[in-house]
Design a protein around this ligand. Sequence first.
Ligand code: URP
Ligand code: ZN
Ligand code: ZN
Length: 466
Amino acid sequence: MTLLIKGGEIVTAESRYRSDILVDGEIIRAIGDGLEAPLNAEVINATGKLIFPGFIDPHVHIHLPFMATFAKDTHATASKSALIGGTTTFIEMCCPSRNDDPLDGYHSWKEKADGNSACDYAFHMSVTRYDKNSETQLGEIVQDGTASFKIFLAYKNFFGVDDFEMFNTLTLAAKLGVITTAHCENAELVSQLQQILVAAGKTGPEWHEPSRPEAVEAEGTGRFATFLHETKAVGYVVHLSCAPALRAAVDAKLRGTKLYVESVLPHFLLDKTYAERAGIEGMKHVMSPPLREKRNLPALWGALQTGLIDTVGTDHCPFDTGQKLLGAGNFTQIPNGIPGLEERVNLMWTYGVKRGLLDIHRFVDALSTRPARLFGLAPRKGMIAVGSDADLVVYDTDYRGTMTARSQHTNNDYNGFEGFAIEGRPSVVTVRGKVQVRDGAFVGEAGRGRMLRRVPQYFIEEIHGR
Ligand code: URP
Ligand code: ZN
Ligand code: ZN
């Protein structure tokens, strides 16, 4: 398969220029002016359009047994919605329960994805229990190409790890050279505050945020950073939602702790008044960490623009209205999560770049290049360069539309961003040289996606110079 993309304007994390791109097989063969179309090549006219490297979502949940139910997407539905929204690679959290063997869980997640994803994918391996057996198995999982861990400081008695387990996970991560991602909220404080609120009859979704206030997240972020510092491991805070947690992360960065920060789509655009809406409307907007006071949003945008927030993910996690209603009488039972895999690129483009809050190169960096670099996918992914995978997004900045559940591809009956206008969308999306999307429709090969195997890149000697 040969493709010639002509006349577009290439935009990367560093540069912007008009050029043609020649794709041969799965990779970019040439970039230059006036490239000739080889015999049998498909020519895509990209005049007037931008060309971005395929976007990478570093934090999604596809298969997820959680809160007495399962997230709604399959790898088939999620990957098509990802591609329609311009995301050509996602990294899924593999989350076995505390009672499962890590290796069994890992194999079952891999089996679910294998042959069913239309885009490329990788995994972060959750450590939900730490003992000698898991230590050995985690080593095998890293050997298999899954070179990042995930820990939850929240979700007591479920996914959550205690300080002993965090210390040992980070010590192992440092030894194996892998990065550890972490959900940072103090599990005990959340549990105690939930009990107090429910006992006082405060059971609606509007009480979700007060049960896990900003200080609870700041404590988790600071504690994770302290443990990173002492173990010399490299860490990545997922879905950071508020200014106090950001301050804790930035303080750690200033101390030289190797800590990276992700914030996710809902926290840039929605505030806690969404979860305060009556009944099911509020429940749709319950996630953890929760949607926050509006004053946090400018702090997140500012930190994203300056690079203190490194990446933007989604924490895509679809539960439908029937599932959300499991928590109708008690907010602690509402399955946590808001989907966003299909919406991330277009909404960050519209409300970030178009509104002047986010520089176009930082946009590409935070949504593609930096996730690729941090998680060992570069230079294959996250850049437009000769020899890189031909994952390309030809972006139509003239498109105008509105987010709505009626036209979404995610397997869910609501859209957390219902009614948000968008001012751009992908017109062509390729995965390793194959056109998978044209003008909002999936036109490609359903099982094209491959698991991306990564090698550890965070060895102590390289980072600390010894
Ligand atoms: O509310 C959320 N974030 N749901 C998914 C699980 C997690 O904590 O990432
Ligand atoms: Zn989380
Ligand atoms: Zn998550």
